[in-house]
Design a protein around this ligand. Sequence first.
Ligand code: ATP
Length: 234
Amino acid sequence: MLAIRGLEAWYGQSHVLQGIDLEVEQGEIVCLIGRNGAGKTTTLKAVMGLLEKTRGSVRFEGEEMLGRPAHLRFGKGLAYVPEERRIVPGLSVRENLRLGLIASPNKAQENALIARTAETFPRLAERLDQTAITMSGGEQQMLAIARALIADPKLVMLDEPSEGIMPVLVDEMFDLFRKLKAAGTTILLVEQNVELALGLADRAYVVDQGTIVHHGAAADLLADADIQERYCAV
Ligand code: ATP
């Protein structure tokens, strides 16, 4: 579904991604792990089209995405939930969800889609008319994820969804990812909590200094303390 080949990216003169190769098949949860600064976020941004300078190939459902603007990639079914959430704090939960449909062809079914999202996210269902800023960090993160999912993306990229969230909500969130997978959503996950991520994912890639240094079944990586210590310790 997503095939990344030789992906390079720069911030100014800094050559941050030096040839990433990664694949995600339909219906999989794939996680990308690695220490701070390894290039995980940059990979997701490059796939979404949020960086100025990239090279290589990012094919989504067979179509080349590099060189295309982010909104077009969104239109093809790619979604991205950045680490910094970017919900609109002064708007209600419902209004934030509506924002996820602004560019969607399904906008006409807005109310039905909000109702469906509320079913998937019971915590948000109770808070549809609450101002987003009044919710906890974890609930805001749920909202950011729900807003990305409301338009039915084919593949959603999540950057550090568990960051700064209390454990009970993290468990809830990871249960939700399992349900989303069962319902057919494909997920590319960046996560600092390696054990949690490998416990959820089908396959994993380890990135170090802008290249993939290891990949395989998540269960195998979970059992490989050496790789985790070498490449994933913060
Ligand atoms: P983290 O867990 O710390 O977010 P990461 O693996 O996601 O780590 P990236 O954010 O992709 O790492 O960063 C890769 C490299 O690019 C790092 O050396 C980082 O300092 C650098 N970098 C990230 N963003 C920028 C930017 N906007 N301008 C310049 N350099 C950047």
